[in-house]
Design a protein around this ligand. Structure first.
Ligand code: OAA
Ligand code: MG
Length: 231
């Protein structure tokens, strides 16, 4: 097992993805959701990961795909029941991440009290940047997160506005799920989430430390044409 801080430039992704919802007051408010009193957790399958060069694919049945830019924390040391005071020792580095969300499918699931798995975990729903070593982000609780769609700013926030900080989140998560080396924790999105459509280009960044771009495509267009030709 790599000691925390020993992870280097290159990092092999592929471990589990735990996500935090509603960790910024303004984002909870913009979707009409209550501010949580304890962290709200959900997960994405590992097949959700994509890297630059691959496209975000609108999932079947989704007509409102939303962008959410987030700071991703990469676990560098396995732990269970991690004390908040020691939680930062388990951080191996960071990534810039997108928590792509089929907002209409999520709304339907919420109404029925069903899980968000499809809305949050479809293939390509977790674009990630290159690995960002620990030393590049001395204070992860105070970094700028920004996102543009076709060059126009949509999100511009700071991790200083997180309701639950990174140490508290890792401690909370690890009481239920062993955090393993290589796992990724998405820490929630600031306000400004919104829709993207086929052909849009999302560019986002972590201050000027990291930047990445992804195009949006609709692989189900042909299905729609075939369906409508049957009508
Ligand atoms: O708005 C949501 O779907 C919850 C979430 O993922 C976030 O707050 O980052
Ligand atoms: Mg999110």
């Amino acid at each position: 097992m790599a000691a925390p801080g020993k992870l280097t430039r290159f990092y092999e992704f592929g471990k589990k993805i735990i996500c935090i919802g509603r960790n910024y007051r303004e984002h909870a408010a913009e979707l009409g959701n209550p501010v949580p009193t304890e962290p709200l957790l959900f997960s994405k399958p590992t097949t959700a990961y994509i890297r630059e060069g691959q496209n975000i694919q609108i999932p079947r049945g989704c007509s409102s795909l939303h962008h959410e830019v987030e700071l991703g924390v990469v676990i560098g040391k396995t732990g269970k029941n991690i004390h908040p005071g020691r939680a930062m020792n388990h951080v191996g580095g960071y990534v810039l991440a997108l928590d792509m969300t089929a907002r209409d499918l999520q709304a339907k699931a919420k109404k029925k009290g069903h899980p968000w798995l499809i809305a949050k975990g479809f293939d390509t729903s977790c674009p990630v940047s290159e690995f960002i070593p620990l030393k590049m982000i001395p204070d992860p609780n105070s970094v700028q997160l920004w996102l543009k769609v076709n060059g126009a700013t949509r999100q511009d926030g700071t991790t200083a506005d997180m309701i639950f900080g990174i140490a508290e989140l890792l401690s909370y998560i690890s009481t239920y799920f062993t955090l393993e080396e290589g796992d990724l924790v998405l820490t929630g999105t600031p306000s400004g989430v919104g829709e993207v459509v086929e052909g849009d280009v999302i560019t986002c960044g972590l201050g000027n430390l990291a930047e990445m771009s992804f195009s949006v495509e609709n692989p189900h267009k042909r299905d729609r044409i075939q369906l409508s030709s049957v009508d």
